[in-house]
Write a protein that binds this ligand. Structure first.
Ligand SMILES: [Zn+2]
Ligand SMILES: [Zn+2]
Length: 347
């Protein structure tokens, strides 16, 4: 194994360098993963271009897959050559949520690709505990979408998707499209996607979701028409804006369920009229956060296992090599460009 490898190393906000860094050496409870595909998340774009990270330099990238090519002292030799995705959160194992195996709620976690080095590199040493095993019929590129898939599974798992129900999703970006695919897979009879961006809705149509509504103007009538006046049984707020929050209440069916998922951009307020809808229709609201990764519930393993059914490859709108450096981030940040999922691919 060489002493150095290529990586995208973030030295400061806007200063992402394609450079040689030391080859990671796996500790006793780690394996060395050769990264084959690493997705660019919305949070990576902010990290690289505007927000920075906890310390510099850091190699970003938390949505990645690859193969095990080296073993730490205590790692099972049978892991060699396994194809894996990686759960990027390293829990403290001391706080109360950790005691309940609710690691996404850990109060003091570490994280591949933000708090410590991540997957925008040729290799990364990863704890064996964080490995998610990828079935043979799932490509590395698909497996690199494990995180957003797990987030979608977790969100819809808050209430479960009832068979033959109508599911309405506000927000038709990467997660919104994944929510739609999972909803269909789980047996929803109708999936409606709403967004203010016609390009996203056109892309959703291309993926086979014909029920789309532009929500720039009040979408309530159009959505009620699509649900024969009933409203949707399950609604997901995936935008994090008040007007969408409000529309969720208006578009939910009586006794409907509403999952709040979108990161709030600013104050989330609700009008008196929409509040009444919660009462009169006896709506149930529930938040969702990240995903579950434990013995009792593993959204990550479920995500890779259902990938063949989800047909994810058409969602990849850009493939890059690490040597392109910051350019893919700038391209994705420019609202003039339409992108869904873009990733670095190491051949
Ligand atoms: Zn992500
Ligand atoms: Zn913890």
């Amino acid at each position: 194994m060489a002493d150095t490898m290529k990586a995208l190393n973030l030295h400061a906000v806007g200063d992402l360098r394609y450079e040689d860094v030391p080859m990671p050496v796996p500790e006793a409870d780690e394996v060395l993963v050769r990264v084959r595909a690493a997705g660019i998340c919305g949070s990576d774009i902010q990290r690289v271009l505007t927000k920075g990270t906890y310390h510099f330099p850091t190699i970003p990238g938390h949505e990645f897959s690859g193969e095990v090519v080296g073993l730490g002292r205590d790692a099972d030799p049978a892991l060699m050559g396994r194809r894996v995705a990686v759960f990027p959160l390293l829990p403290c194992r001391e706080c109360e949520p950790c005691g309940l195996e609710e690691y996404a709620q850990c109060k003091n976690y570490d994280y591949y690709g933000s708090r410590r080095d991540g997957g925008f590199a040729e290799y990364l040493a990863v704890k064996v505990w964080n490995l998610v095993f990828v079935p043979d019929n799932v490509s590395f590129e698909e497996a690199a979408m494990c995180e957003p898939c797990a987030v979608a599974l977790h969100a819809l798992g808050q209430f479960g998707v009832k068979k033959d129900s109508t599911v309405l999703i506000f927000g038709a970006g990467t997660i919104g499209l994944l929510l739609a695919k999972v909803a269909k897979m789980k047996g929803a009879s109708k999936v409606i996607l709403a967004d203010i961006d016609d390009k996203k809705l056109a892309f959703a149509n291309k993926l086979g979701f014909e029920n789309t509504v532009n929500s720039l103007e009040d979408p309530t009538d159009a959505i009620l028409a699509l649900t024969l006046g009933r409203g949707a049984d399950l609604v997901v707020e995936g935008a994090g804006v008040s007007v969408t929050y409000e529309n969720c209440m208006k578009c939910a069916a009586t006794f409907g369920e509403v999952v709040l998922m979108g990161n709030p951009i600013k104050e989330m307020t609700l009008s008196q009229k929409a509040y009444w809808e919660i009462l009169r229709k006896q709506l149930t609201l529930r938040g969702t956060w990240n995903s579950a990764y434990s013995q009792k519930q593993n959204d990550w393993q479920e995500a890779v296992n259902c990938m063949p059914e989800l047909d994810l490859l058409p969602m990849i709108t850009g493939r890059h090599s690490l040597s392109e450096g910051i350019r893919p981030f700038e391209h994705m940040a420019d609202r003039a460009n339409f992108t869904v999922k873009e990733m670095f691919v190491n051949d």
